[in-house]
Design a protein around this ligand. Structure first.
Ligand code: AMP
Length: 481
């Protein structure tokens, strides 16, 4: 199960958390459009509303009114390419002997099946095949024998993969980030409380202040009365494995992730793209919206070099068309690109054009756009991409495509250029990505562009000495305090 999602957790002094949770989920809508959910706690019991659909459709005024209590967690879930699956909508709630849990998860475990099998042998009954339920059961089991911090530590020592979690145990809200910091999670301060969120844009929406990122391997426990938070560094790791694709595509440009404003990162990547493979043309066009910041950095660097390139909005986006990427058939995906993007002829006709996008996955968008621009009278169409070629699937929570579907898997750049019909094509180098994001290569997860992962994944290569927990045998919790 690939969970590319948004999570939030809030603890307030004495007003209901439902509305701030709702607004922050709105701010994280780009991280998931399949389902939205909020679970609050009023000090006595949980209140939950989880529904399929967009945030604005999932909650009516009455739903928000019924979500009582100053503490809560929320989740938006990304659509996977398969069927719509109500059982996997989150937050995931369980009641157990010593209390209640509600979990919101962004990421993907690579050893969930092992832990599920082991817990099932011990009598745990599972209602979904999702890995969030596995974390919930493991934590519930550990909470029977240990306090909250120890129980979380024990669960972290067993689960392997990417996870940014907001969790509510009774009315205590906590946030956990996996030891590699693969997915983002940050802490914000409000006038009357604290918030944990996938991205800082959610904190901005609440007029809060970003305090800092949650550190890889850290647990943050918000005080129930909204007065502060405690932190525990539960797992130390030599290297992180931040997902570079969060900066390239997934996160909002106005979010700050691991101390970098995503917009600045994209502009810098665009500048690097010019440095590495700039091509003279009459006009540079961003692919809206994903290529916009890259294109402005690219055009600015070109102009700094004294190259006379016009920067123009030559492609108009129909903002009412949803994501083309998740359309089930290739035919529909191609039609959807045409529905979504239309050229402005006067900026293109008779000109040499460079289009800039963040990434090529299946190649549908760029193939369609090259054809579109040529039909609109472009003399040449050059394609520049602000990320390296995607050659391998993502196992860590970004729903991309299978290896067979990836246009660059098993083909070199010239093959891809020919297939998309462009006059030239260049990607950004992996080194430029690492340098621009201010990370060493082995502090990033580059699995989708190198085919080597920072996790132990069946039938895939790793790029480091992976510490994988050994699961099985005795599932008791005495292991590691
Ligand atoms: P494709 O058309 O299959 O080559 O996909 C590339 C286009 O989809 C680019 O415009 C990207 O901005 C966008 N994109 C890249 N990754 C994803 C993703 N995981 N989900 C949705 N869209 C994506």
């Amino acid at each position: 199960m690939h969970e590319k999602c948004g999570v939030v957790g809030i603890a307030l002094e004495d007003r209901d958390a439902a509305r701030p949770l709702y607004y922050s989920l709105y701010a994280l809508q780009h991280r998931g459009q399949e389902s939205a959910g909020i679970v609050t706690h009023d000090g006595f019991q949980q209140h939950s509303h989880v529904e399929m659909g967009l945030v604005g459709d999932a909650f009516g005024p009455d739903d928000l009114e019924s979500l009582n209590g100053p503490n809560g967690v929320g989740h938006v879930r990304y659509p996977t390419s398969g069927s719509v699956d109500a059982c996997c909508a989150q937050p995931f709630s369980v009641s157990f002997k010593s209390g209640s849990l509600a979990l919101a998860h962004n990421g993907n475990l690579v050893n969930a099946d092992e832990i599920r099998d082991e817990l099932a042998d011990l009598g745990h009954a599972f209602t979904s095949d999702g890995d969030t339920e596995v974390i919930a059961h493991d934590l519930a089991r550990n909470l029977l024998e240990a306090d909250l911090v120890r129980a979380v530590k024990r669960t972290m020592s067993r689960i392997h993969g990417s996870y940014s979690l907001t969790i509510m145990h009774d009315d205590t809200v906590l946030g956990v980030r996996d030891p590699e910091g693969n997915r983002p999670l940050c802490i914000g301060e409000l006038d009357d409380g604290y918030v944990l969120a996938s991205e800082s844009a959610a904190i901005d929406t609440l007029d809060g202040e970003l305090v800092r990122d949650v550190k890889p391997g850290e647990l943050v426990v918000l005080h129930d009365d909204g007065s502060g938070f405690d932190t525990y560094q539960l797992v130390e790791q030599d290297h992180t494995a931040h997902c570079f694709f969060e900066h390239v595509y997934f996160a909002r440009p106005d979010s700050t992730i691991d101390e970098t404003l995503v917009y600045d990162a994209r502009r810098d990547l665009g500048r690097q793209l010019w440095e590495e493979s700039g091509v003279e043309s009459d006009v540079v066009l961003p692919v809206p919206d994903s290529g916009r910041a890259f294109a402005s950095g690219y055009a600015e660097a070109a102009q700094d070099d004294g190259t006379d390139i016009e920067f123009a909005e030559g492609l108009m986006k129909n903002r009412y068309v949803g994501r083309t990427f998740i359309m089930p058939t290739q035919d529909e995906r191609e039609r959807a690109v045409r529905l979504k993007l239309n050229p402005i002829k006067s900026t293109i006709e008779g000109k040499t054009v460079t289009i800039i996008d963040d990434s090529i996955v299946r190649g549908t968008t760029s193939t369609q756009l090259v054809e579109l621009l040529k039909d609109a009278g472009a003399e040449e169409v050059h394609v520049r991409i602000g990320a390296p070629a995607i050659v391998s699937p993502c196992y860590m929570g970004i729903d991309m495509a299978t290896r067979e579907e990836l246009i660059a898997a098993g083909q070199d750049v010239d093959d891809v250029r020919d297939e998309i019909g462009a006059d030239s094509l260049s990607y950004l180098s992996i080194d430029a990505v690492a340098e621009t994001l201010g990370n060493a290569r082995d502090d990033l997860c580059l699995g989708c562009v190198t085919g080597e992962y920072p996790y132990d994944i069946e039938d895939e290569a790793t790029d480091r000495d992976v510490h994988r927990p050994v699961i099985g045998g005795d599932a008791s919790v005495e292991a590691d305090d």
